[in-house]
Each structure stands twice: as structure tokens, then as C-alpha cells.
Design a protein around this ligand. Structure first.
Ligand SMILES: NC(=O)c1ccc[n+]([C@@H]2O[C@H](COP(=O)([O-])OP(=O)(O)OC[C@H]3O[C@@H](n4cnc5c(N)ncnc54)[C@H](OP(=O)(O)O)[C@@H]3O)[C@@H](O)[C@H]2O)c1
Length: 239
């Protein structure tokens, strides 16, 4: 049975990854800050006959990430999905872009966005590398954004969030090079602008469509595609 680990599994895109992989018979390691909270996740676990399990982790707690990797040391993780992410103190609907405009520097905001979006995926990938290498598929996926693309940036603004996603793009590219000799495939993956708490009510893409698309991209990954910056539709983004 193939194994997937998902961070940010309690809501949004992370929860939809859990739902779809569970439905399709995968063993799912659903990681989030408060596993006991969301009823929908609890119901999936209860109906899964042990194939879906929840695991507490805050991706900014690097000691806890190491502890979790130790607890899950015997799991051969085919697909590690770094999905947990933050746009900062505010969602798009609450004014995240205005809050992150030029002239409004907030160091704490930058630190938190970087801790979650950049250091979290880096630490998770390092901590779980042996489990990924032990698997058949050996894939590490980090949810990035088109806002991390420098070439695609025609509207400015959103400084810490954009910078965090550009940084994690660089990280995933380096991983694709450094881990190739271990047979590991690593990509940054843009989910589209999706109607989650983060994406807001004007987002044109639904969570089901986005995750179905991302899973198709993940399924089709080969070493030749490692290090590419892809969208949920399988298109290549400019860096
Ligand atoms: N939605 C979009 O349009 C869009 C577009 C481009 C990229 N993305 C990326 O896609 C990913 C998922 O976004 P989403 O739309 O599903 O967002 P969301 O609905 O706001 O969900 C964010 C998830 O990240 C978790 N999270 C935040 N901080 C965390 C931490 N310190 N430790 C562990 N988990 C943490 C949240 O958990 P809590 O409930 O505990 O806060 C939640 O599960 C993110 O990386 C985001 O940047 C989204």
C-alpha cells in the first residue's frame, strides 16, 4: 500500500489531499497542529480501518518534527506533501495584500511566513528523507504559489508571501539536484488560486479540482521532471 504524508491536513488543500488519497486506498499520515479538532478529518480516520492516522505537528516546531520523524521511522513514505502554509496574519479576503504592501514592513509577519512556508518544508524534507528514500515512489512535493514566480510577477505587492514562495522554489530546485543520486524527485507545485480560507471567496478554482489536478501531476512525475516548477494543470511556470 502506497503511503502519503500531508502537512496542514486539517483543512483546505491538505484536507482534500487526505480525503482523496484515503478514498483511493492509500495509507495516509495526516499531520496537523490540532488533530482532534476537525470533525471531517476525525470521520475519515474512523472510517479508514487504520489506514488514515493523524499526527500532531506544528511545522515551525523543528524539535517536534524530529520527534515525529522518529515516531514514523518505519513508514516508507512514497509522497511527502508539504502543504501547510500561511499568507500571514490575514487571508486574502481580510486584506493580506494590503497588509503586505511596500512601506508596511512587519518583521514578525515576515518571520512567521518564513518559518511556516520556507523553514517548515525544509525541515520536514530533511527529517523524513530516509523514509522517502525507503519508498517506491520517492517524491517530495511542496505547495508553492504562482506568487513565488519572479518572471510571472506583473502586479507587485505581497512582499513576505511572494518572497517565501520564491525561497521555497529555490529550496525545491536544490533538493531536486542534491537528492537525485538517491532517486528522489522534488518539485514545487502551484495549486491554482483556490477557494480555501487562504484563497478566499473570489478564487476561481475549487479544492476538488485543484487536488485532483495536483495528484495527476504527482502521479506522472518522473526523474526527468524533477526540479520543475509546475501548476496543478501540469503547466510549467517561469521562475
Ligand atoms: N488557496 C490558494 O489559492 C493557494 C494558492 C497558492 C498556493 N497555496 C498554498 O497551498 C497551501 C495550502 O493552502 P490552503 O489554501 O489550503 O490554505 P488554508 O486553507 O489557509 O490552510 C492552511 C493550512 O496550513 C496549516 N498551517 C498553517 N500554519 C501551520 C503551522 N505552523 N504548522 C502546521 N500547519 C500549519 C493550517 O493549519 P491550522 O488550521 O492549524 O492553522 C491549515 O491546515 C499553502 O502552502 C498555500 O501557500 C494556496
Amino acid at each position: 500500500m502506497a503511503i502519503v504524508l500531508v502537512t496542514g491536513a486539517n483543512r483546505g488543500l491538505g484536507f482534500e489531499f487526505v480525503r482523496q488519497y484515503a478514498r483511493d486506498g492509500w495509507r495516509v499520515l495526516a499531520c496537523c497542529r490540532q488533530p482532534a479538532g476537525p470533525q471531517a478529518l476525525t470521520e475519515i480516520v474512523a472510517q479508514s480501518d487504520g489506514d488514515v492516522t493523524t499526527h500532531q505537528v506544528d511545522v515551525t516546531d523543528f524539535v517536534r518534527i524530529e520527534g515525529l520523524a522518529h515516531e514514523l521511522k518505519d513508514a516508507a513514505i512514497d509522497v511527502l506533501i508539504n502543504c501547510a502554509g500561511t499568507a500571514g496574519k490575514y487571508t486574502i479576503d481580510e486584506g493580506a495584500m494590503a497588509y503586505q504592501a511596500f512601506g508596511k514592513f512587519d518583521g514578525e509577519e515576515w518571520m512567521q511566513v518564513y518559518r511556516v512556508n520556507v523553514m517548515g518544508p525544509m525541515k520536514m524534507s530533511e527529517a523524513f528523507i530516509e523514509q522517502v528514500v525507503a519508498s517506491d515512489q520517492k517524491k517530495i512535493i511542496t505547495l508553492t504559489s504562482e506568487l513565488g514566480s519572479i518572471g510571472f510577477n506583473s502586479s507587485g505587492n505581497f512582499y513576505p508571501y511572494r518572497a517565501s514562495k520564491a525561497a521555497v522554489n529555490a529550496i525545491m530546485k536544490s533538493m531536486s539536484i542534491d537528492l537525485a543520486e538517491k532517486g528522489v524527485i522534488a518539485i514545487p507545485l502551484h495549486p491554482g488560486w483556490v477557494s480555501t480560507d487562504m484563497g478566499g471567496k473570489n478564487a476561481p478554482v475549487g479544492v476538488g479540482e485543484s487536488v485532483t489536478g495536483m495528484r495527476k501531476v504527482i502521479d506522472g512525475l518522473t526523474m526527468a521532471k524533477s526540479g520543475r516548477y509546475l501548476t496543478y494543470e501540469g503547466k510549467e511556470m517561469p521562475w
